[in-house]
Design a protein around this ligand. Structure first.
Ligand SMILES: [Cu+2]
Length: 120
């Protein structure tokens, strides 16, 4: 009985140690990414540029409408990851991609306008 308790204690210490190490490593990566954690997608002439953008996890992507008509940025995933309101000329919408994945989106006013953010 006494022995199994001490093994459990040791296991708990190992788990705590691993968790502590993991957390430390994660915060290091996050701080390293902070310097270049903003990326832009331009909306112009009925298209997203670049149409496919690959970013490090944790990056905030900002879409700017450079067109002279309103556009939106709406996640194609279910449930939707993000959804902007209609953006007039020079209006911006931002979303932070906190998890790795491939995120397709489109303009709900012009559904043929599509783009993809790849967070990795
Ligand atoms: Cu549009």
């Amino acid at each position: 009985m006494r022995r199994s308790v001490s093994i459990a204690g040791l296991a708990a210490a190992l788990v705590l140690g691993t968790a502590g190490f993991g957390t430390g490593q994660k915060s290091y990566v996050a701080s390293a990414q902070e310097k270049m954690s903003a990326m832009e997608v331009k909306i112009d002439n009925f298209s997203f540029t670049p149409a496919v953008l690959t970013v490090p996890v944790g990056t905030t992507v900002t879409w700017t409408n450079r067109d002279d008509i309103p556009h939106t940025v709406v996640s194609a995933d279910d449930p939707k990851m993000f959804k902007s309101k209609a953006m007039d000329t020079d209006e911006k919408f931002s979303y932070t991609f906190a998890k790795p994945g491939r995120y397709s989106y489109f303009c709900s006013v012009h559904p043929k306008m599509t783009g993809t953010i790849i967070a990795q």
